[in-house]
Design a protein around this ligand. Structure first.
Ligand SMILES: Cc1ncc(COP(=O)(O)O)c(C=O)c1O
Length: 424
């Protein structure tokens, strides 16, 4: 069934480290070999051996409209036919900046980059340049891309600096990074008491998606806003996943908490490589060429990526698929919770809008990474492989979210639930 995929993987491993261009694609935490996809259409993926999958990974978030939607493909064709890159200013940049400002009014100015990682790198440099401070507070389990300084996990003491979670990161790169557990308001207060005047920024996923789905508890984001404001630090909402995922705007706009800077990616590029950092004009004006904080990019503001992103955002604004996405995710979550309990399986699901995670533990609510480590990852792996066998493609790790797209139908959700029941 996966003969061609397996052969491709063997060839790939000879020339590409681990056979992959991004580690989680290697299926290491779920076992087995990765599946090579050749085509995507609507809610479906098709592998190199011709097998069809109902896709709930959505390219890790960007494909909120599903695969190869006609208007999006037309935007690629039209813009690519006019030239792939100019290395000059282009009209799409102006249109994207105006569109983002319209959909998220507190993004007063924006700089386009090529990935979420780049957006975060730029936001941190900007925060440090603007405040003249060095320390950054991040939360264990929040992922912000692979920039050196944020590849850290919590040390044994919460008030110490983080510990690098990757080889090759100089200790000096993480020396100024403070790490706390998500939703731990008490620890954040302590950290601000001790380091407040040295903290350039707090960076957080306002709804966490990189340890599985973890929602902010009431008061968590509000406390971050209040403490950063009081100490003169910046609040950065990393909305690379949540931006335009939970509504035709950011989660900050939805929850009524205005960060100083926002990082975006994924949906903003509709499947093309993209990232963006935006926020208050007086902070954004510190970026080169207006200000002293340097940042640049050969392909930044790429016309094809922007044409796709603009088309995607306009469709989302016009069609407002969000209530439907939320309804579908709720349907999955309710079915999982009901049937897991009946079957005596220690699992539960949570959702936020069209994002959901099935956690293999009955402990709930899961508030942070430490608690999520209680999940039975071996059972998740088994579940993932059984679902794959049944033609349901999920994000291949317990510590990720799955996504419903506007291409999914009632029937697709029913198919997911029926496959889940069989797996039970
Ligand atoms: C919240 C968040 N920030 C940043 C990134 C990094 O984005 P990219 O993979 O485009 O570099 C990711 C990637 O998944 C993410 O989820």
């Amino acid at each position: 069934m996966t003969k061609i995929s397996n052969r491709l993987f063997q060839r790939a491993q000879k020339l590409i480290p681990g056979g992959v261009n991004s580690p989680v694609r290697a299926f290491k935490s779920v076992g087995g070999n990765p599946v090579y996809m050749k085509k995507g259409s609507g809610a479906y993926l098709f592998d190199a051996d011709g097998k069809k999958y109902l896709d709930f990974c959505g390219s890790w978030g960007p494909l909120i409209l599903g695969h190869a939607r006609k208007e999006v493909v037309d935007a690629v064709k039209k813009s690519a036919a006019d030239g792939m890159s100019f290395g000059t200013c282009n009209p799409y940049e102006v249109e994207m900046a105006e569109l983002l400002n319209d959909m998220v009014p507190y993004i007063e100015m924006v700089r386009m980059v090529n990935s979420g990682t780049e957006a975060v790198m730029t936001a941190l440099r900007l925060a440090r340049g603007y405040t003249g401070r060095n320390k950054i507070l991040k939360f264990d389990g929040c992922y912000h891309g692979h920039t050196d300084c944020l590849l850290v996990s919590a040390g044994s003491g919460l008030l110490t600096g983080g510990i690098s979670s990757s080889a090759g990161v100089a200790p000096s790169a993480v020396a100024d990074i403070l790490v706390a557990y998500y939703n731990d308001v008490g620890a954040v207060r302590e950290i601000f008491k001790k380091h407040g005047k040295d903290i350039a920024a707090v960076i957080v996923e306002p709804v966490a998606g990189n340890m599985g789905l973890v929602k902010p508890e009431p008061g968590f984001l509000e406390t971050l806003r209040a403490l950063t404001k009081k100490s003169g630090s910046l609040l950065i909402f990393d909305e690379v996943i949540t931006g335009f995922r939970l509504g035709p705007t950011t989660y900050g706009k939805i929850c009524g908490i205005t960060p100083d800077l926002t990082t975006l990616g994924k949906i903003v590029g509709g499947g093309m490589p993209i990232g963006a950092v935006g926020g208050k004009a007086d902070i954004m004006r510190k970026l080169a060429p207006l200000g002293p904080v340097y940042q640049a990019g050969t392909l930044s503001g790429n016309p094809v990526a922007l044409a796709v992103g603009i088309t995607t955002l306009k469709i989302l604004r016009k069609e407002n698929p969000y209530p439907r996405l939320a309804k579908f995710a709720e349907k999955i979550v309710n079915a999982v919770n009901l049937t897991a309990k009946d079957a005596g399986i220690k699992a539960h699901a949570v959702c936020c809008g069209g994002m959901f995670t099935i956690f293999f533990t009955d402990k709930k609510p899961l508030r942070n990474l430490d608690e999520i480590k209680a999940c039975d990852t071996a059972k998740f792996a088994k579940f993932f492989r059984m679902m794959l066998e049944k033609g349901i493609y999920l994000s291949p790790s317990q510590f990720e979210v799955d996504f419903v797209s506007s291409a999914h139908t009632d029937k697709d959700i029913g198919e997911f639930i029926s496959a889940w029941r069989q797996c039970l």
